[in-house]
Design a binder for this molecule. Sequence first.
Ligand SMILES: *Cc1c(COP(=O)(O)O)cnc(C)c1O
Length: 357
Amino acid sequence: MTATWSVNTAQFLDNAKNVVSNNSIMAVVKNNAYHYDLEFSVKQFLKAGINTFSTTSLKEAIRVRKLTDDATIFLMNPTFEFDLLRKYRIQMTLPSLDFYYYNKKELAGVSVHLEFENLLHRSGLHNYSEILEVLEDHANNDQSHKMNIVGLWTHFGYADEFDVPEYETEKRDWLEIVDALLNQGYTFDYIHAQNSASYYREDGVFPHHTHARIGIALYGSRPYSQLSPALIKQSLTVSGKVIQVRDLKQGDYCGYSFTYEVKENTKLAVVDIGYGDGILKARAKGQEAIINGKRYPIRGLMMSHMFVEVDDTVHAEDDVILYNNDIRIDEFTFKGVGANSEQLSAMNHDSLIKEYV
Ligand SMILES: *Cc1c(COP(=O)(O)O)cnc(C)c1O
């Protein structure tokens, strides 16, 4: 088997630099850096001038710390492993009022970012008055050793949506809270809210914010279709090879259980990549692959194989591109195959040959 998952390192770095431009970016490296590999990605992001990282897993946060001694590392999920947070200097979200009151003592020496819940309702303090309550209780806590409030943040649930008004609502509510706190004289070393979609649709980082918290754009996929593909470039190529080309006659069926009925005499390339390698059924069905620079329709998907309908210019050993910068993951996101991160996460890193060139 030769099915390959290959990243062009120079292109990955170049894209990261373009995403950063002159802005201050917190790189989201959750889920093994969207499966581009945590160690690889952090090293490239450091080269691109990024020195702030965030993830949802403490294990990953510690792996980031082992790569860089001076970066800021922010854990977006709460943990009760307060010793590890202190030991590895990992900052953490403050996810609720209850969490604060229950763990007030144990949090001593831990740096936290107050989280505003907003419309996603996944985590965070419910409203402005809960945020104020934490700030005031903390100010009145006369213990000499207590947590440090260093940041303020939220996460939007609708930044990738253009057809509904919710993004404007969650954005307005959030910006009002930030303004009110700053007007009260509170200051924070870190204020961050924007994911990739919000960063691009706002044309940069919000006023008074220290960072945008960017994932998918750094990995080369566009969060929404109105963005020019030239702004964000994909460094990943996923490909197989033609094993053989077979002649089929009109009325023949190919694949298990009549997968595809041949409409007229044609040629089908049998390719050595399938759903076992993480190619989603929706990515195959009615979609295309590139062989020798030309697009051909996929006719059937099996665990380790697929059929692609070809012409007589295609031969055994030819490369069959499922994804590269000309047939991008985001193209299929906008065709409804699945989110960018869903297509990336489906890829089977045990069966695919993995390489960085
Ligand atoms: C995943 C995630 C991000 C990054 O979102 P992208 O759309 O990939 O840029 C930012 N913030 C939080 C809390 C996340 O979970």
